[in-house]
Design a protein around this ligand. Structure first.
Ligand code: ZN
Length: 476
């Protein structure tokens, strides 16, 4: 399998690429438009500097070369969602090129090449009365999205399986979110992916005829569509037939790809330099300033978590999988002064309660201070681990501080030596047979006595202290 992916990601700018219209998601249709993005006669585009900054930062995070000189081109095609009948894109001189993304593979880390990252504008959104344009009675068009800045990230055909394609997309999403250039939500359409796939005999260097697959709206759909398309092509080739170079659409309802149109070539778009925009000339000093603003990237941060906090690589991977989780963990660990305790709680209870979207954590359900306060209580032995889990659940629901919940529910562990000694002595007195067994060196009976102490204290006794006291009293 030879797979290459083209990913479009909307950039998180406040205004569009060539006009001042808002990019906010979810506004009523056609309320965020102006003569520029509607392509009315006589208007001129003005480049959004922030979009250039975000595109360059994406390129830097993907280890690309940043072109000191690039330019914009018109990509001409006629479609209702494109009011100018051309899209301003970058053709032969993209902003970034020759980068890579590293993914985890069974044989170790695999480096997936990136051919280019270029800047372009978004088209509008067609809303068909039926499931697709075929068979719909009418279509509405929302131009709010027209002109939102996009980066197109084109990979080398380095991917060898649907699983690798998915791992690549996940890594790309994590990276783009880390650096804050895009919110990368596939469900809201701010991340889209087209896939090119072909087959060839194992060991061959020659590329087979490829098909392009579109219309996949989740990472899982990408993996399924590629698996389907590989099977379809393999059957054709086994029968001695040819694969037709074409664009196919993934049908989620039918779980198969269907032919959309024959593949268009670059010539069909009649690219030519955009006459309304000057070439983009970047000052190298500016690029370096943007590079210096990049946060620590996920791979580097994972390695540091292993080194600095002594965490297992798997735990470090989970914690750095999303920037907000990594930031939260580090802040809690610093306050509590115990990285292992913080990582156990963040990976377990906190992530269990965290809202996710498409497998990625969207928000942390408690504050840094809130969790740190709770973990202090655990560390001091004021609450037991099971009680602390109950407290966290209440904190998530009500947002109230840990100490208050512990007091109100009477969850304090009894760690007072005098109070515990009285209960322990009573239990030993009331249970002479098990006590004698422990004295005779039968360790198992101590569990029974501990159970009795816990019962008499309604489970609030500090178990470590109870065990220590029992051992002290009954040491053979
Ligand atoms: Zn506009």
């Amino acid at each position: 399998m030879v797979i290459g992916l083209e990913v479009h990601a909307e950039l998180s700018t406040r205004s569009k690429l060539f006009c001042g219209c808002s990019t906010a998601f979810g506004a009523p249709p056609n309320t965020q438009v102006c003569p520029v993005c509607l392509g009315l006669p006589g208007v001129l585009p003005v480049l959004n500097e922030r979009a250039v900054e975000l595109a360059v930062k994406a390129g830097l995070a993907l280890h690309c070369q940043i072109a000191p000189f690039s330019k914009f081109d018109r990509k001409n095609y006629f479609y209702p969602d494109l009011p100018k009948a051309y899209q301003i894109s970058q053709y032969d001189l993209p902003l970034c090129r020759d980068g890579y993304v590293e993914i985890a593979a069974p044989e170790g880390v695999r480096r997936i090449g990136i051919v280019r990252v270029h800047l372009e504008e978004e088209a509008g959104k067609s809303v068909h009365s039926g499931e697709s344009i075929v068979g719909s009675e009418y279509s509405n068009i929302d131009y709010n999205r027209v002109g939102i800045p996009l980066i197109e990230i084109v990979s080398q055909p380095d991917l060898r399986s649907p699983e690798e394609a998915r791992a690549y997309l996940e890594q790309l999403r994590t990276t783009l979110r880390y650096i804050g250039v895009s919110d990368v939500r596939m469900e809201e359409g701010s991340l889209r992916c087209d896939a090119n796939i072909s087959l060839r005999p194992r060991g061959s260097d020659e590329l087979g005829t490829k098909t392009e697959v579109k219309n996949m709206n989740s990472f899982r759909a990408v993996a399924r569509a590629l698996a389907f398309e590989a099977r379809r092509q393999a059957e054709l080739l086994r029968r001695g037939e040819r694969v037709v170079q074409e664009t196919r659409a993934w049908s989620e309802a039918r779980q198969e790809t269907v032919s959309m149109r024959s593949k268009e070539e670059a010539d069909d778009y009649r690219y030519f330099p955009e006459p309304d925009l000057a070439p983009l000339v970047l000052d190298p000093g500016q690029v370096e300033r943007w590079r210096a603003e990049l946060p620590e990237l996920p791979d580097a941060r994972r390695a540091r978590f292993v080194r600095e906090y002594g965490l297992p690589p798997y735990d470090a991977g989970v914690l750095t999988g999303s920037r907000i989780v990594a930031d939260f963990f580090e802040a809690v660990a610093a306050r509590v002064g115990d990285a292992k305790l913080a990582s156990n709680w963040v990976m377990g209870e906190v992530l269990r309660h965290a809202p996710t979207e498409g497998g990625e954590v969207e928000a942390i359900p408690v504050s840094v201070q809130g969790l740190a306060e709770l973990l202090e209580l655990v560390k001091r032995g004021t609450v037991s681990q099971p009680a602390a889990k109950e407290v966290l659940e209440e904190m998530v629901h009500s947002g109230r501080p840990a100490g208050e919940i512990v007091r109100e529910r009477g969850l304090e562990q009894i760690s007072d030596r005098g109070a515990l000694e009285a209960v322990v002595d009573r239990v030993i007195h009331e249970n002479p047979k098990p006590a004698a067994d422990v004295r005779a060196g039968e360790g198992k009976a101590i569990g029974f006595l501990m159970g009795q102490v816990m019962k008499q204290t309604q489970g609030k006794a500090n178990p470590q202290q109870v065990r220590a006291l029992l051992e002290e009293r009954l040491r053979p």
